[in-house]
Write a protein that binds this ligand. Sequence first.
Ligand code: SIN
Length: 525
Amino acid sequence: MTKANVLIVGSGIAALQLAVTLRTDLNVMVLTKSSLIKSNSHMAQGGVAASLGTDDSPTLHYQDTVEAGRYFNDPAAVQDLTREGPEIIEELIKGGCPFDRCETGEIKLGMEGAHSAKRIVHSGGDATGRILIEHLVSQLGRNISVQENMFVYELLKSKAGRCIGVKAKRTDGKSEVFYADHVVLATGGCGQLYTYTSNAESVTGDGVALAYLAGAELVDMEFIQFHPTLLYVDGKTRGLISEAVRGEGAKLVTAEGKRIMEGVHPLKDLAPRHVVSQKIYEYLKMGKQVYLDITCITNFTEQFPTVSALCRQAGVDLEIGKLPVAPGSHFLMGGVKTNSIGQTNIPGLYAIGEVACTGVHGANRLASNSLLEGMVYGKRLGAWLNEQPVESQIPSPVGRDYDQSKLFLLPDKTVLQQTMMDRAGIVRHHASLMMQKSWLESFQVEAWLDRSLDDCSPEELTKVFMLITAWLVTNAALSRTESRGGHFRSDYPVEDENWQNKRIAHKRKTIKDGRREQIKTALTT
Ligand code: SIN
C-alpha cells in the first residue's frame, strides 16, 4: 500500500511550487498523467506579472486585474495575488532563476494587453514557462517522488467525508490506489474541450470532473478565456503567438492591411482578450482571414524564439511578416471553489492553479497572471500544510454503490471539441447551448456520474471527464443570461448589473451511505 503525506495530482507550476515549498521531512508524491514536463505551464510563452517597475504598484496591478475580470473578482484574493507577486519574483531571482535583463542589468519588464504598466517578467524571451518549470524541477528534493503516466480517475473518501487518497490507472490499464493525508488537485483547466486551443494535449478537464464526482463545489464554469492569437494554418491551430508580440507593436490586420481593432476599443490591439477574440472570430465567420503584422518588430526571431520555431514548423515565412491567426480556448477562470489557501469544501482535498477558482481572475484573466497565481497559491498552500500534524493512520474508504446496469456510450473526442467550439465557444446563445446540452445528455452524462470507472481505459477516462466538464460549462453558460468577460451571449450581449454578484455553482450532494443525491446547480450571490 502506498501512502504519502501530501499527494499532488498534476505537474505544472502550481504543483511544483507546492512541492518545493513543503517541508523536506514530508513524504510528497506527484502523480502526472503524462510526463513531468508536459504541461500548460511548460508551454507558457507569456511571463509572470509583478509590479516591479518604479511607475508601478500592487494597487495598479490590482486595478488592471479587476478591470479585465469585469469586477467579478474576489477583492481579497486579488489583493493577495498582486501584493505577493514582487516577493515571488525576488525569491526566484535569489534561487538563481534566469530572468531576462536589460542592458543596464535590471530585470526587463514587458507590456501585455490590458496592463497599464510594464510589469511582465520573462525568461528566455517567450520560453518563460519552460525555464520556470526547469528551475523548479531542479529544486525537487529527495522527499518528493514523481510517478509519470498515472491517470487519476477517482478521489477516495472516508466515512467521515474526508478525501484520503486516489485511484489511478497506468497506461497498461492496471489500477493503483494511493493514500494521503492531503490530496491536492493541480491538474490545469479544460482547454482541450475545444478544437482550437493553446493548451497541452493532456488538459482535458480531469481535475474539474474528479472534484465534481467527489462532491466538491465548482463555480464560474461559464468563464472560459479564448486567446486571440493562435497560429492558424490549413484550418488548424498550431500553437500560441504570445500577446507579448502585440505588446511589442504587432497589429491585427486583414489581407488588405486594414487594422481590425481600430475604433473597437481604446486599447486597440491590446484590448482585453475577449474583445479581441470576438472581433477576430467575427472576421473568420465572414470568411476573412486575420493576420498579425509583425513587420515593425526588428529582432523578432531573437525576441520570440518559441513563436518563430512554431512558424517554421507550420511553414509560415517570417520574412513576409504576416502571421495568420485564429482565437482558441486558453484558460478556465472558474473551477473548483477554494479559499485563500486552496482548501475546497471537502476536508483533505485542495486545489491550486488553473483547476482552482480562488476568484482572482473574475470573469476574465489578465495576461500573465496565471503563472503568478500558480506560484502564489502553491506557496500559500505549502506554508499551511507545513504547519499541519502528520497523520499516521489511513481511514478506510467508503465503498460506493454503483449502478452498472445501463449501457454506456461516449462521444467521439473530435466531435465533442467541434460542437463545443461551435455551440458553447467564443459566441454562445440559448439555442446553440440547448442543442449542445441535449447532445451531451444523449451520452447519459448523469448516469456516468454514478458508474464505476474502474474498467475504463485511459482513453475512455479522458472522454468521460471531457463529457462531464463540457456539460458543466454548457449548463453554466446557459444559466448566465448576460455577457461578461470570457462568457459572451449574442442573445444577451451586454453586462447586466443584476448578474454582478451572482455566481453559478455546481455541486453534488453525498448522502449517508455514499450514494449521491441529484446534481444541484445553484446560483450563489
Ligand atoms: C501570452 O503570452 O499571450 C499568454 C500569456 C498568458 O495567457 O498569460
